[in-house]
Each structure stands twice: as structure tokens, then as C-alpha cells.
Design a protein around this ligand. Structure first.
Ligand code: SME
Length: 158
């Protein structure tokens, strides 16, 4: 049984540093992937209040929408399309300060203004991405990158 998330104040790095052990606790002993992805996005959304937080998982030639929090979103994204597809193809975290300036950005919502997409690696291959959207410009930086990369590493993929 999960305990309520303890909402943290302080700098963004402080917030991540306190959130990570809580996420580790949420995942501990639970083998179900959907349950774990769902709790990770819920914890991030609750702590940071971002517009949209969700996973896309690689299925064949596409990323397919997984557990998320926020408005309904595009279900399928092709390899190298949009920010998510670029993160998959380039196998690196993409920080987009202004989505309107990213060629090929896929606008699931006109309210999304900036975005970070973190690839998830298993056995040196990208198996999915964590996508976070903000309704503010310039929301994400290398602090988010550092900690979101750590968070996706906590998840066990079967
Ligand atoms: N903007 C993303 C699509 C996913 S949504 O933001 C939820 C992209 O360009 O890949």
C-alpha cells in the first residue's frame, strides 16, 4: 500500500533529491510495469504540477502512449518524429525551451510551451521515453535532465 506522497519545498534540485527516495519506495517490490509507470508520472505531476507528464514506449517502428497524467495526447509517434521521436532516434535527452521553435514538434495541446524528453535505455537500446510538457516557456534545464534520467533508471522493465 503506497503512502501519500510527501510534497517537498526548496530548490528544484532539493525537490528532486527528496522525491527520488519516495519514488524508489513506490517501486520497491512491485513488478507490474504499468502500475510503476503510472505511479512515477503521478509522483512527478503531483510534486511539480507540470502540464503533462507521461511515458511513450517503443513498439516496432513507433512510440506508443503509456501511462500519463494530463490532457489526452497523441497515441502514436513515429521514429524521428517530434521531440519524442527525435529523442528516440538520437538516443539523447532533448530540452526544448520553446516548442514553436522546434522543427517538427508534435503539438498534442496548444497549451504546451516547453518540453523535456528523456530516453529510457535498457541493454544500450532506447525502449521508451519520458515526456514532460510545461505551459511555461523555458521550464526545463540540465537539473531536470540529471534527475529525470536518474528517475527513469529506477524503473525495472521486464
Ligand atoms: N510534443 C511531443 C508529442 C507528445 S505530447 O507533447 C504529449 C513531441 O513533439 O514529440
Amino acid at each position: 500500500m503506497a503512502e501519500d506522497l510527501h510534497i517537498i519545498s526548496g530548490t528544484k534540485a532539493d525537490q528532486y533529491r527528496s522525491l527520488i527516495p519516495q519514488i524508489r519506495g513506490l517501486l520497491e517490490g512491485e513488478p507490474d510495469l504499468v502500475a510503476n509507470l503510472a505511479n512515477v508520472v503521478a509522483a512527478l505531476k503531483e510534486q511539480f504540477g507540470w502540464f503533462w507528464v507521461g511515458f511513450y514506449l517503443v513498439k516496432g517502428e513507433e512510440l506508443v502512449l503509456g501511462p500519463f497524467q494530463g490532457p489526452v495526447a497523441c497515441t502514436r509517434i513515429r521514429y524521428n518524429k517530434g521531440v519524442c521521436g527525435a529523442s528516440w532516434a538520437e538516443a539523447k535527452t532533448m530540452i526544448v525551451p520553446d516548442v514553436e521553435k522546434f522543427p517538427g514538434h508534435i503539438a498534442c495541446s496548444s497549451l504546451s510551451r516547453s518540453e523535456i524528453v528523456v530516453p529510457i535505455f535498457r541493454n544500450s537500446k532506447v525502449i521508451g521515453v519520458l515526456d514532460v510538457d510545461s505551459s511555461a516557456l523555458n521550464e526545463f534545464d540540465t537539473i531536470d535532465q540529471e534527475y529525470l534520467e536518474q528517475i527513469v533508471d529506477l524503473i525495472t522493465f521486464p
